[in-house]
Write a protein that binds this ligand. Structure first.
Ligand code: TRP
Length: 362
């Protein structure tokens, strides 16, 4: 997993440092003893996935799957409405994401794909979980704070404040012990650990009914072609599902700088460095070597070659995606099967917990 250890964060907190140090060891354990782990991760259902998602997380999920790690992927449709209220597009987003999963090589026979809105017992776990979390713990979550700031809204919904608790339910309903994610997920994982610990102490005499999951840190995401964060709303993302032509047009528009000679200088030339990193991810050649090869040929040569390697890299995935794109019945069958497996597990977990809480009255 070479690109997974390539961190360039700066000002890390202690717990993030710990996490950075731990992640390569965890990778090693996952490869050697896959049966010790249950991995739970997923995404908000806000639309199709881009190549930043691919290199940041989908690629490593496929690796874990193929090592035989038991993996659950949550399509977090309730989390998609923390900062917006419209729900009409959720269904199409779920369809797109499952197509992307299939394209990149995730296999529903091996990996359970479900959406949390259709797992009632998972959602009910949120109530006992909320009972062990304080308001100030919710209010100081840095990821939530940042999302509120970014959204620019003055009226923050209750779901926005509590979704990390809901996320704990996503993870703990199936007793996930490893959660792949970016560093922004660390506060949520810490909260999940806290909830697990408190519930275990309160209702299970400190026995490990719920595991305390660990964050398996993913590499920082690629930037968009304009040098900003690659994002769905910024029109700066190369999507897995794009055609070769769409990809070419987007890369043609990519921001570079006024210096003609191509060099790899992440601090002073972030946009060029980002293109070189993408090139490197698609070819396995280091960004420095690529920069040397292109050198005086400049940005247009870089973009032309980059377009070719990106299109070549994603061609088989895009072809696979096309095979499934018209088959809605197949996509919904995948979700239905995943949901039914998740429901079975969630019912069992909730049943055991409510028994321990003396809440089965007859
Ligand atoms: N918070 C994650 C994101 O914004 C999505 C998510 C929801 C998630 N539930 C999860 C991630 C459980 C890991 C585990 O992308």
């Amino acid at each position: 997993m070479p690109n997974v250890f390539d961190f360039t964060f700066g000002n890390e907190t202690d717990s993030l440092k710990e996490c950075i140090a731990r992640s390569p060891i965890l990778w090693d354990e996952l490869e050697k003893q896959p049966s010790k782990f249950r991995v739970l991760t997923g995404e908000r259902t806000t639309g199709a996935l881009h190549i930043g998602h691919y290199f940041g997380s989908l690629k490593s999920r496929v690796t874990l799957q193929n090592w035989g790690v038991d993996m659950f992927l949550v399509l977090a449709d309730y989390q998609a409405i923390t900062d917006r209220t419209s729900t009409e597009k959720l269904k199409e987003s779920i369809n797109e994401i499952i197509l992307d999963y299939l394209a990149v090589g995730l296999q529903p026979e091996k990996t359970t794909i479900f959406c949390h809105s259709m797992i009632p017992s998972l959602n009910q776990l949120m109530l006992p979980f909320l009972s062990v979390v304080t308001m100030s713990e919710l209010q100081r979550n840095p990821t939530v704070k940042e999302e509120i700031a970014l959204s620019g809204t003055r009226s923050v919904s209750g779901l926005m404040m509590t979704y990390p608790v809901h996320q704990a339910a996503d993870i703990l309903f199936c007793k996930g012990n490893v959660v792949p994610g970016g560093k922004d997920q660390l506060p949520h994982i810490e909260l999940t650990r806290l909830i697990a610990r408190r519930i275990n102490k309160l209702y299970f005499n400190g026995e490990n009914f719920f595991p305390e999951p660990e964050l398996l840190l993913s590499a920082p995401m690629l930037l968009g072609i304009d040098g900003r964060k690659m994002g769905k709303s910024l029109h700066n993302a190369i999507y897995i599902k794009m055609t070769a032509d769409e990809t070419a047009q987007l890369i043609k528009r990519a921001k570079t700088d006024s210096e003609i000679n191509i060099s790899y200088d992440p601090n002073n030339r972030p946009e060029v460095a980002n293109l070189l990193r993408l090139y490197s991810l698609c070819t396995g050649v280091s960004p420095e070597t690529i920069a040397n090869q292109i050198g005086a040929k400049g940005a247009s040569a870089l973009k032309k070659n980059l377009t070719e390697v990106v299109n070549e890299y994603f061609r088989p995935m895009r072809e696979r995606r096309k095979e499934y794109v018209g088959d809605k019945a197949f996509i919904w069958k995948i979700l239905k099967d995943g949901n039914s497996k998740a429901n079975e597990i969630a019912n069992k977990t909730l049943n055991e917990l409510s028994k321990a809480m003396h809440m089965q009255y007859y």
